[in-house]
Design a protein around this ligand. Structure first.
Ligand code: ARG
Ligand code: ZN
Length: 876
């Protein structure tokens, strides 16, 4: 069944309040839901009340506390329909259901793992708990009572403020919670069990003290310090930058080890995948610390963008996700290096979202139809959604953007809003018409901007000609021109920027050039010498730019632009064509040559001590194999791409060996570990140098020594990665893998790194290794983190290992999908999206991929999640 945005209409009944009582039992939990409704004004007086369910069975139903004749209702696992309800007066419905948390392997609704009860209700998990109008535009205050075995469940948590609790009867305890802020069911949460807690407080800008509590498994309390610190910084930042204050007496985070996603923003009670909470230098890398900071912030920021103002329907998901990702990006940029953060964001966007937008799963940021909403928690909704928000800020400028945000909070607080509501706030605050801009929400596909330039020296006129094209995507063949804001600069040979006396052909505000037409010619007058154009600075628009700039011009930008992001981008633009060409030669034969400017520029920038180490490390990380595949576009041969890239790496490694040795020595962080951005940057640079040195030296010795002497997880895992990826057969590697395993066997989150490092060993041997690792006692096929670390990493991040020309990688994945799907459809569907670019493969691999997809599609019983993905992949 397909759900269409156009079919949206409000419910016939208004939900006034919700009162839930849980009698927790591992296999037979009783749920009593008392719901007070009244018929919406103007609604059909005869309309029945239809509530959603999912695998439910009805055990009791009362109307205003009295019996209700069987003829008045119908209950199926998927719905409860009640007829003949009052036309005007409020009434109360009490529903009793029994559910089995232990048997809930989907990890949606209420489930229990490792002795902990926990919930995940977004998007449609609440209907697995009780019959309910389970949609985001039904908001009500909730009262929750939890009754449970006292010894096994000393902790009983739900949303809102704690009302009270204590002994209930023999051996049982109860706790009651009240959340005064009306919320939709997807924000409901319940956690119960025996957990340790770390406590702190935060005083808000108006002077209220908020209790902060982070719950973890006993024995892990020492690892929540960083998350707590990140939480307090997030709370402060949201007050300072967005004027948003926290609104309950208590804010809680619970870390659980079996969780389908990263984390969930339930009101006052965020539930986290423990991988995004737990950290100490021995187990967490710098990247882990950065992720924890970002995700803690993201979920906290949802309190305003998502909870106080929620979504009218799931088509509006980007209203909360795109905006909240934008907010967490800005937070991390303020806490760390803005330029380096931006480079990392764009790397991620290009490697994840651009392929999605260019393949069969492409969809608009604000889709208009879906079959399974869980499949729309995508990088397009999240990351492109964030970029669209960023473009609004770019187009309006900081003051008007802030005015628009303030208006949004003021106008829609307590409501379930739409993208149109959101955009209208910026239009009203700025007076600017954003109709054309809004196409970013509606048109899928990454726009391609082709640029050419001309300079008329005698007249001093510089001309840029633009053509924009939005490629066709599934269901959208023809596209309108978009409003594309490009930050730019015209660099003069002396390093200064040209200040044109006049600009014609496009609106320019500050350093932003606004493209709005399919073809646009822009002239800049009063230009003394031929300028070098630096375009899309800061990645102001999420577009592909085709601009044949001379490598020397790009090198000029890479070495001198005022915008660090643009320097990195220019360097990529030098590197990518070399890598694509090398891949062609590797496939078709011919000597691989590398433009000397590539190594020269890399060595100059990486060796520039005036630049921060983290930035220089980004330069050393040449475009990835996936980047080359994307640039190449179609008929991709991952083995040739790798061979070509390896050849280029080798040239750079040998030419820069002296520099890399110096960087490796000079950037050693010794002494006590701190996860701050500056120290992290040094480690990234040093470990990038180690990677090149392993190539230049051709022996595992240096990496083995780095492994043996590492005193933190960042350096340890980086050294292990170099050993495993460069010298998979060396005895040093075998020894290091074994020592790592033995040391961390008790810590599944660290063992995930051990799985992931081995799953990404390049080449055709990886599959056998992955299959072997699945037999390891450390692997657990029902834990989503384990499955993602081994199977997911292999399929998403090992281009040569997964895309074997004999198709074995795809056959393996198909078997895995079919095995995971009956237990955990969301996990299966997510991992299957690793094949989203199958059509861009050369024909032999594409044929194997097609057969694997067909095998999945033809399986007897598929979840809606997997069948939706596989069908779109086959037909899109
Ligand atoms: N709202 C959560 C977050 O972004 C993610 C929930 C994911 N839900 C899902 N069904 N995939 O913070
Ligand atoms: Zn989110």
């Amino acid at each position: 069944r397909i759900i269409h945005l156009a079919d949206y209409r409000p419910t016939d009944f208004v939900l006034e309040r919700v009162d839930l009582t849980f009698e927790l039992d591992p296999t037979n939990t009783k749920v009593d839901a008392r719901l007070i409704f009244h018929r919406r004004e103007g609604a059909d007086p005869g309309a029945p009340l239809v509530l959603d369910g999912d695998e439910l069975s009805l055990s009791g139903l009362l109307f205003d506390q009295g019996e209700i004749p069987a003829s008045q209702y119908d209950a199926t696992p998927e719905s409860l329909t009640i007829r003949d309800l009052p036309a005007q007066t409020p009434f109360e419905i009490t529903i009793t259901t029994f559910i089995n948390p232990e048997a809930n392997t989907q990890l949606m609704g209420l489930y229990r793992t490792n002795g902990i009860y926990c919930t995940q209700c977004e998007a449609e998990g609440f209907r697995r708990i009780t019959y309910f109008p389970d949609r985001p535009d039904v908001l009500a205050p909730y009262t929750i009572t939890i009754i449970a075995d006292k010894a096994a469940n000393p902790v009983l948590l739900s949303n809102g403020n704690f009302l009270g609790g204590g002994g209930y009867d023999e051996g049982r305890a109860f706790a009651a919670w009240f959340d005064p802020h009306p919320k939709p069911s997807y924000l409901f949460a319940l956690v119960a069990g025996d957990l340790g807690v770390v406590e702190d407080t935060f005083t808000t800008m108006s002077g209220r003290e908020v209790a902060l509590k982070i719950y973890v498994e006993h024995g892990k309390e020492a690892r929540v310090g960083y998350a707590m610190d990140a939480l307090k910084r997030s709370m402060k930042w949201d007050e300072e930058v967005f004027g948003r204050e926290y609104d309950l007496d208590i804010f809680m985070i619970v870390a659980v080890s079996d969780f389908n996603m990263g984390a969930m923003e339930n009101k006052g009670l965020n539930v986290f995948n423990d991988k995004y909470v737990l950290a100490d230098p021995e187990i967490a890398t710098d990247a882990d610390y950065a992720n924890i900071e970002a995700i803690i912030a993201h979920e906290y920021f949802h309190n305003w963008t998502g909870n106080r103002i929620t979504c009218r329907d799931w088509f509006q998901l980007c209203l909360k996700e795109g905006l909240t990702v934008y907010r967490d990006h800005e937070f991390s940029a303020d806490q760390r290096s803005r330029a380096v953060k931006r480079i990392a964001e764009v790397r991620h966007l290009k490697s994840e979202q651009f392929p999605e937008d260019a393949g069969p799963l492409a969809h608009p940021v604000r889709p208009t139809k879906y079959r399974e909403i869980n499949n729309f928690y995508t990088t397009t909704v999240y990351e492109k959604g964030s970029e669209v928000t960023r473009m609004i800020a770019t187009i309006l400028g900081p003051q008007l953007f802030k005015a628009g945000m303030d208006l949004y909070f003021e106008r829609h607080d307590g409501e379930a809003a739409t993208i149109e509501d959101f955009v209208k706030c910026f239009e009203d605050a700025s007076g600017r018409d954003l109709t054309q801009f809004s196409l970013w929400y509606h048109q899928a596909g990454t726009p391609l901007v082709s640029v050419s330039s001309a300079f008329d020296q005698p007249k001093g006129v510089f001309t840029l000609s633009f053509e924009q094209l939005v490629p066709p995507t599934p269901g959208q063949s023809a596209k309108e021109p978009m409003h594309i804001p490009l930050r730019f600069g015209l660099l003069l040979p002396d390093g200064t920027e040209a200040k044109p006396t006049a600009i014609e052909g496009a609106e320019v505000t500050g350093d932003v050039l606004h493209l709005t037409r399919r073809n646009q010619v822009v002239t800049f007058s009063g230009i003394a010498g031929r300028p070098v154009v630096t375009l899309n600075r800061g990645f102001s628009a999420p577009v592909n730019v085709h601009f044949e700039q001379a490598p020397a011009d790009l090198a000029h930008i890479a070495r001198h632009d005022a915008d660090l992001f643009a320097r990195w981008q220019a360097f990529s633009d030098i590197a990518l064509p070399n890598l694509v060409e090398a891949a062609r030669k590797a496939r078709d034969g011919g000597e691989i040559t590398v433009d000397p400017l590539l190594a020269e520029t890399l060595i100059a920038v990486a060796g520039d001590e005036t630049l921060e180490p983290a930035f220089r490390a980004q330069i050393l990380a040449l475009p990835s194999e996936a980047d080359v595949a994307r640039e190449h576009g179609s008929n991709n041969d991952p083995d040739a791409i790798r061979a070509g890239r390896e050849a280029v790496l080798s040239v750079v490694a040998h030419q820069g060996a002296a520099l890399f040795a110096a960087l490796f020595d000079r950037n050693h962080t010794r002494g006590s570990f701190t996860p701050d951005a500056a120290s992290a940057g040094k480690r990234t640079l040093r470990n990038a140098a180690l990677g090149y040195l392993a190539i230049a030296e051709g022996t595992p010795e240096r990496a083995a020594k780095a492994f043996a002497t590492a005193d933190n997880m960042t350096d340890l895992s980086a050294a292990l990665t170099v050993l495993a990826h460069r010298f998979p057969e060396a005895p040093e590697t075998e020894a290091a893998l074994e020592s790592f395993r033995a040391r961390f066997a008790e810590n599944p989150l660290v063992i995930d790194k051990w799985f992931a490092i081995q799953a990404t060993i390049p080449g055709s041997g990886a599959l056998a290794r992955v299959e072997r690792l699945m037999e390891s006692p450390l692997f657990n096929g029902s834990n989503p983190n384990r499955v993602r670390a081994l199977v997911g990493t292999f399929a998403f991040s090992n281009p040569t290992g997964f895309n074997r020309p004999d198709g074995e990688g795809y056959r393996f994945l198909a078997s895995q999908i079919l095995e995971i799907d009956p237990k955990n459809p969301q996990l299966a569907a997510r991992i299957l999206t690793s094949m989203r670019s199958w059509r861009a493969l050369e024909e032999v691999r594409a044929e194997h991929a097609l057969n694997a997809l067909r095998r999945i599609a033809g399986a007897e019983k598929l979840s809606a999640d997997v069948s939706d993905i596989v069908e779109r992949m086959l037909n899109g």
